[in-house]
Write a protein that binds this ligand. Structure first.
Ligand code: CDP
Ligand code: MG
Length: 735
């Protein structure tokens, strides 16, 4: 029985080497029992596990990620660490021995680039050192930016605990739609986007003594823009300290950009990591992940597993599959704790990944890219890397932005592998072949600024009075066409005039912390007297497609529940309907449960809605309701999204301006109806170019809301003869 092999290793043993030997023996012995196998010829263990009828995946060991010459010993163990005082843990971090030297370097240089392995204490310790050193005297603040919301929240919570203060007092975080800071907050962890918005109210960041741009190697759009702005501010505020912290990548470039600022290196603590590749490509990496996790769990010595997937849906699916299989295997295997981590995960659930693994059990953390460098999880010995990430891409020719699952870069793959070598020598299993690594992966990830639309930041820069965008000090300049298109779009939305200057409406749009199209929609709700409904639509759109809950064992019920919310007109109205009914239920969690709606997403939508409502006055929009006249709501949405339109042609949907082939997402309420004209909220490229959140519109509305953008001629319907009635009406409306 397979169970025997597992029982054997649970026996107490003497020396660590001894335990290892027994484990190997157990595995060898189990080989005949279908557990594990050893390739006698190569003496390389083959990690193979036959779980009854399950398939197995074969890995081959290929390379090793070098560790440091002599890694200083890691903090004894996670459990022991917990027992020690929090100060002892702080002192055990690699950055600690360099505290004085680092503070001296900061005192002597205005700009300092700090390079250090993930987990060395850059994010949590350096702001504290600065605090202890008195950088927050006279009410001055320290900002530390993070590309990710989750990281900002979790790191702030950690630092608050280390300093023994309540989160939101001396230490807080600020992310879009969520401000956990107060007057007293001097250490501010925030997303890079939030610091960017601070420039609007305080263009010289006068209340900050230090700005630390953390995770700089991520090269997010906002971080890149911050570089340009901060470099400028630093010139006329010599007392401002600028720190640029990064994993061990790209630091020379940062230094060059900041006029050859010195680079401070925190020596790493990294153990070697053995890298394994699959022998053959895996067709279904999700399935392969699940099988491999179980293989590792059964054949490998203790140590937690970290799996990299691309997004929430995938992570949830993988966790469900893993839990399901563990249940079926029952007591045949040791306990496996399956823990997800992704941006939208509620913070109490996020906290669980940092808790130590109970003795005898193994933890598997299934994460997005967030675990690549932003978060350090103790105890990881095994990394499983399918080699993909979700990436935005942008086509400036068509103006189409899409989110695609793409192979990650080599730099990224190596960062991931590195996560296995933090506490001891580790192993990284790559679910692709060594050949694919060599020949198919790009060296580094293209900075976001070169693969995203720029409407948002251009509007922001214009609001900051930066007119000559072509000569802005970019670390890497965006494509010329992308900048041009952003200017054109903002002009079409009425945010800029023909001279490229900010209009009154543009100023208002910049006030709202949402995309220009969404802010335009909100502003337009004034004209169509439906701001109540539009606020709800805006809030629901910003909680990221995670409204409907679809458990595997209740798919039919869940789908029926979803269809019950359908309203003629399309998905935006469905979202409105869900929210309205939920509000009528008294914002009840029970109601959500019964209707297969994610309560947490709804609660977040409610927060977002409240915040947007609070901003309405600033942008001079009054509260009003359409009283059931949804045409007005649809027109207001069209006023913001007239750029995202598609029409049904003989060969399916084509975008109106660019004639790109697109498809309605199967989850849409309009999937079966296929209306002639529609607008979409976003495009997602998976197997096809899918439109997500679509709304049926009439072509005449486009002339009503954007007469400067559409000409009646291009909205004529080629199928006029086939549909006399509808076209007759349209013609009439076109007048
Ligand atoms: O920024 P860097 O990657 O250099 O390190 P850090 O995030 O400051 O992490 C330093 C230590 O704090 C690590 O040992 C983490 O495990 C720990 N930490 C934690 O326990 N909980 C967090 N939310 C963040 C960090
Ligand atoms: Mg960090």
């Amino acid at each position: 029985q397979p169970a025997r092999a597992v029982d054997l290793v649970e026996e107490e043993s003497g020396a660590p080497g001894e335990e290892q030997r027994r484990w190997e023996e157990a595995r060898l012995g189990a080989a005949s029992l279908k557990f594990g196998a050893r390739d006698a010829a190569s003496q390389e263990p083959k990690y193979q596990l036959v779980l009854e009828e399950e398939e197995t995946i074969e890995f081959v060991r290929a390379t090793q990620l070098q560790g440091d010459e002599d890694p200083s010993p890691p903090p004894a163990s996670t459990q022991a660490q917990q027992k020690e005082s929090i100060q002892a843990v702080r002192r055990s971090l690699p950055v600690f021995p360099f505290r004085e030297e680092l503070l001296a370097a900061i005192a002597n240089h205005q700009v300092l680039i700090i390079e250090g392995e993930t987990g060395s204490g850059k994010t949590t310790q350096i702001p504290q050192y600065l605090f202890e050193e008195g950088y927050t005297k006279k009410g001055m603040k320290i900002a530390c930016t993070q590309p990710r919301r989750v990281a900002a929240m979790s790191v702030a919570a950690r630092v608050a605990r280390e300093m023994g203060v309540k989160l939101g007092n001396e230490v807080g975080y600020s992310i879009r739609f969520e401000d956990c800071t107060s007057e007293r907050t001097v250490l501010r962890y925030m997303t890079d986007g939030m610091l960017l918005r601070e420039f609007l109210s305080e263009p010289d960041l006068a209340s900050y003594s230090v700005v630390m741009v953390d995770e700089a190697h991520e090269r997010t759009l906002h971080t890149d823009i911050l570089f340009g702005l901060i470099k400028d501010v630093a010139r006329f505020r010599p007392e401002l300290k600028v720190l640029v912290a990064s994993a061990t990548l790209d630091t020379a470039r940062f230094s060059t950009f900041f006029d050859d600022a010195p680079v401070f290196r925190i020596p790493g603590r990294r153990f070697p990591v053995d890298i394994f590749y699959t022998k053959a490509p895996e067709a279904d990496y999700l399935e392969a992940c699940v099988v491999s996790v179980l293989q590792i769990h059964v054949t490998q010595p203790p140590g937690d597993i970290l799996v990299f997937l691309t997004g929430q849906e995938e992570i949830e699916a993988a966790c469900e599959m893993l839990q399901d299989r563990c249940r079926r295997l029952g007591s045949k295997i040791r306990e496996l704790l399956v823990l997800p981590i992704y941006a939208n995960l509620p913070s109490d659930m996020q906290a669980r990944i940092f808790q130590p693994t109970p003795p005898g059990a193994r933890k598997v953390v299934v994460a997005t890219n967030i675990a690549e460098t932003s978060l350090t999880i103790e105890g990881i010995i095994y990394v499983l890397d399918p080699g993909f990430c979700k990436q935005k891409s942008y086509n400036p020719r068509t103006g189409m932005e899409s989110l695609t699952v793409t192979p990650c870069s080599k730099a990224s793959a190596n960062q991931r592998a590195g996560r296995a070598g933090r506490v001891a020598a580790g192993k990284c299993f790559r679910l692709y072949t060594a050949w694919a690594y060599q020949h198919e992966l790009e060296e580094t990830t293209v900075p976001e600024i070169q693969r995203t639309s720029l409407g948002n930041v251009v509007l922001l820069l214009k609001s900051l009075g930066i007119h000559d965008l072509m000569h802005f000090d970019f670390l890497d300049a965006p494509p010329y066409e992308t900048l041009l298109l952003a200017l054109e779009q903002l002009y079409a939305l009425g945010a800029l005039n023909h001279l490229g200057e900010l209009t009154t409406s543009g100023r208002k749009m910049a006030e709202l912390p949402v995309d220009p199209m969404l802010s335009k929609m909100i502003l337009a709700s004034e004209k169509y007297s439906c701001s109540e409904e539009i606020l709800t639509v805006a809030a629901m759109l910003s909680v990221n497609n995670s409204i409907f809950y679809r458990p595997k064992d209740k798919v039919v019920h869940a789908d029926n529940a979803r269809v019950n919310f359908f309203l003629p007109g399309g998905d935006h109205l469905v979202l409105l309907n869900v929210y309205t009914q939920w509000a009528e239920s008294g914002y009840s969690s029970q109601w959500c449960y019964e209707n297969f709606i994610q309560f947490r997403s709804m609660r977040r939508a409610r927060d977002v809605r409240e915040q947007l409502e609070g901003l309405l006055e600033r942008v001079e929009v009054g509260l009003s309701s359409c009283q059931g006249d949804y045409i007005r709501v649809r027109k207001a949405i069209t006023a913001g999204y007239f750029y995202h339109t598609a029409r049904l042609t003989r060969s399916g949907y084509r975008t109106v301006k660019q004639q790109q082939t697109v498809f309605i997402h199967p989850n849409s309420s309009l999937f079966e109806q296929q209306p002639r004209w529609l607008l979409y909220h976003e495009l997602v490229l998976t197997t096809k170019e899918f439109m997500r959140q679509v709304l049926e519109i009439e072509s005449s509305w486009l002339l009503e809301v954007a007469p400067h953008y559409y000409k009646a001629k291009e909205l004529e319907d080629p199928h006029a003869k086939k549909m006399p009635k509808k076209i007759g009406k349209t013609r009439e409306e076109l007048g």
